[in-house]
Design a protein around this ligand. Sequence first.
Ligand SMILES: CCCCCCCCCCCCCCCC(=O)SCCNC(=O)CCNC(=O)[C@H](O)C(C)(C)COP(=O)(O)OP(=O)(O)OC[C@H]1O[C@@H](n2cnc3c(N)ncnc32)[C@H](O)[C@@H]1OP(=O)(O)O
Length: 177
Amino acid sequence: MLSDDDVKWLETPQPGWSALRLPHMILEDSFVSGDSSGRRLSLRFFRHDPDRSLRAKVIFGPGTQGPPGHAHGGSMAAVLDDAMGGAAWMQGHPVVAAELTARFKTMLPLGARCVVEAWVSAVDGRKVRVAGRLRQGDGDTVFAEGEALFITLDPKKFGVLTSEASRIFSELDEGTS
Ligand SMILES: CCCCCCCCCCCCCCCC(=O)SCCNC(=O)CCNC(=O)[C@H](O)C(C)(C)COP(=O)(O)OP(=O)(O)OC[C@H]1O[C@@H](n2cnc3c(N)ncnc32)[C@H](O)[C@@H]1OP(=O)(O)O
């Protein structure tokens, strides 16, 4: 469903980005990243090295349709949720979402190449506030913005994921990924 050019675009980091090679156990059944058919959501995650925030490249396939020819708002909110959660995990906060706000600014044409930016905006004890933006990949049009409150879980209950996350990010720091 995706063209070779689309796949190449998805997998190519922009300057200052490092590719996050996420383990199969996270990706295979993920609601957001688990479809490899190209019909629904196609994503690749990156770290924005200068500030260690998260970037993702994403293409909304025909199976994400809401208004004819355009992405469903729930699919955009799900992408923002995942990216904002990922931004918190990337900074060492093992979290789940407690509250999420999405503002839909411009209708998103199916098949468009998009970039998601997500960053931790504040940490207060277990409360981690994260913001995000879903925009055109090669322009300034913003399709949606998000803000969310995530709550840190007991790392003991998520030991495997937490140690896997540390491994992934230390490999990025060593430049081996
Ligand atoms: C390997 C690494 C890869 C990295 C790169 C990967 C990229 C890909 C990763 C994808 C990453 C996941 C992204 C998906 C994120 C989801 O969508 S998670 C799924 C949706 N969320 C859920 O199912 C959560 C359901 N809710 C719960 O489980 C529980 O309510 C919670 C959130 C854990 C909180 O329960 P709790 O631990 O008992 O905490 P509790 O004592 O009630 O509250 C703690 C504090 O938070 C506050 N709070 C709790 N809930 C709320 C609320 N809704 N509103 C306001 N305040 C609240 C409380 O008031 C309290 O505040 P203080 O009194 O301390 O001031």
